[in-house]
Design a binder for this molecule. Structure first.
Ligand code: DGL
Length: 265
């Protein structure tokens, strides 16, 4: 059985690439809901509906474990999938998100006064605040919704991003943050710019540097899941809509020869 990786679009390919690098032996199926991206400004009900469809589809593709790479979906809909949907429909399979491992990495790195940059949906859900405070009651958390960053990254318009990123960072830096969580699939593309802008005194937590190690650790702690995973080095990239731009992004963000296949979920 395979590892499924779900994202609202193609940003999750950055995480898939990092996961494949860390754990190359397994078979992976990526599903990007490119027809309905972005999720960041949608209602919780809609995000749940989309995530349930994606999870159902990936389970039918024989995934034992699904990583929800999308922060917005992890924040707004994952708990309901884990609590209601899984026990009823697929009690032996697992769906994991990216918010908890990221919060754990931030606290482990010594964060006491942290900023979170994410989509409006993730910020409004309060999921990062909740998870960080579960780990450290005293931690201070400041959030900033950054709705312009996903389109800029997707269009490859990074040269325009700097003044906008600066604008989003300003209110966070005013709070003298010691660390900054990049809480969106697309932000690893901006991490070197962000590291430069915030300076050495602020630790930048980027999910491509956190989630693969957390997954490796999870598989070690759950041999009952790990032993079901096949190791054929398969990588299937499925999307709900294909455009030439999407194909180009997949080649840039995953690997040169990446081929997308359109599916109907
Ligand atoms: N994948 C989303 C996330 O990580 C960003 C794109 C979107 O808004 O759907 O929050």
């Amino acid at each position: 059985m395979k590892i499924g990786v779900f994202d609202s679009g193609l940003g999750g390919l950055l995480l898939l690439r990092a996961m494949v690098k860390k754990l190359p032996a397994y078979d992976y199926v990526y599903l990007g809901d490119t027809k309905r991206v972005p999720y960041g400004n949608r209602s919780q009900d809609t995000i749940y509906e989309f995530l349930e469809e994606a999870v159902e589809y990936l389970f039918k593709q024989n995934c034992q474990l699904i990583i929800v790479a999308c922060n917005t979906a992890s924040a707004q809909a994952l708990r309901k999938i884990q609590k209601n949907y899984l026990p009823k429909h697929y009690p032996d399979r697992r769906v994991l998100g990216v918010i908890i491992p990221t919060a754990e990495a931030a606290v482990a790195s010594g964060a006491k006064n942290t900023g979170v940059l994410a989509t409006a949906g993730t910020v409004n859900s309060g999921a990062f605040v909740r998870e960080l405070k579960k780990l450290d009651k005293k931690i201070q958390v400041w959030q900033e919704a950054a709705p312009l960053l996903v389109p800029l990254v997707e269009q490859g318009e990074l040269k325009w991003a700097e003044p906008i990123v600066k604008g989003y960072l300003k209110p966070l830096l005013k709070h003298k943050i010691d660390s900054l969580i990049l809480g969106c699939t697309h932000y690893p593309r901006l991490k070197s710019m962000i590291r430069k802008l915030v300076g050495k005194g602020v630790k930048v937590i980027s999910q491509d540097e956190v989630v693969p190690a957390k997954l490796a650790d999870y598989l070690k702690r759950h041999p009952e899941i790990e032993k079901k995973l096949s190791k054929g080095r398969g990588r299937k990239l499925l999307v709900t809509d294909i455009t030439p731009e999407a194909e180009k992004l997949a080649r840039n963000w995953f690997r040169k020869g990446a081929v997308l296949r359109r599916v109907y979920i």
